[in-house]
Design a protein around this ligand. Structure first.
Ligand code: G3P
Ligand code: MG
Length: 247
């Protein structure tokens, strides 16, 4: 693996201080001192990779219906919050490179679109970050998507992403030639952490929004955390060991 991962990743771009999965969120994360951001990438009805979390538009935009059934002409005029547009993946990649942010690209395929989403996002990730000083990290809950990423963009690091970590997680990591383990902070057991520690596998936890929980996780050996609370965990010192509580 490359250099140690930053302690904090701004979850869904800008966390709760900006509309999620938007360029404004990514800019804010950088401005607050975050060195890494996580965002979700899905295909539009026209096959364009865009930043959005849900398969449907209602929660985060003023649109209706499924992302994978919506044309670009409709998608890109929607309001994703505070007048922000849904970003194209290409725009987010360019912004992360410009700001020197480590991007955790989460491939988030709509149901039934795993293969197409993984193919497009993997190829583009390799292309968009070619020669970058801060290379990205691809993750996905879809093991199929990660297999495709391994085959089409082998040079891009991969993280396996779970809710609860399954017993055979190491087999998955080997098969996918993954470098990191990402999982739900609330479902992470000490056995998994011990196994990861002896193998030097970084463990990244989502979603950590409380200082006391962050402190406990770091004490147990967790490497990095995804947070919505950019206000609480902004790595102000640049040392990025931040367990800042904002006060
Ligand atoms: O990649 C970590 C985290 O983002 C996974 O959960 O649902 O927020 O994409 P979700
Ligand atoms: Mg995500």
């Amino acid at each position: 693996m490359r250099k140690p991962l930053p302690r904090w990743f701004a979850h869904r771009g800008g966390g709760s201080l900006a509309p999620e999965n938007t360029l404004a969120g990514i800019r804010l994360a950088a401005r607050l001192g975050f060195r890494a951001v996580e965002f979700d990438v899905m295909l539009s009805g026209d096959g364009t990779p865009v930043l959005i979390h849900d398969e449907t538009l209602e929660r985060t935009t003023n649109g209706v219906g499924r992302v994978c059934d919506t044309s670009d002409a409709v998608l890109f005029v929607l309001d994703a919050g505070h007048g922000e547009r849904i970003p194209r993946f290409v725009e987010a990649a360019e912004l992360c490179r410009e700001l020197g942010l480590l991007a955790n690209v989460e491939i988030k395929p709509a149901f039934g679109h795993e293969q197409a989403t993984a193919e497009v996002v993997s190829r583009l990730t390799a292309e968009l970050w070619r020669g970058a000083t801060v290379p990205p990290l691809i993750s996905s809950f879809s093991l199929e998507a990660l297999e495709i990423a391994r085959d089409l963009a082998p040079e891009i690091d991969r993280g396996v992403l779970f809710e609860a970590v399954p017993a055979q997680w190491l087999d998955y990591m080997r098969r996918l030639q993954a470098v990191s383990l990402h999982c739900d902070a609330q479902l992470l057991g000490d056995e998994v952490l011990a196994e990861a520690a002896v193998r030097n596998i970084p463990v990244l936890c989502y979603t950590v929004n409380r200082p006391e929980i962050a402190k406990a996780l770091v004490g147990r050996g967790v490497s990095s955390m995804f947070t919505d609370r950019l206000d609480l965990f902004a790595p102000v010192t640049g040392a990025d060991d931040g367990l800042h509580s904002g006060g």
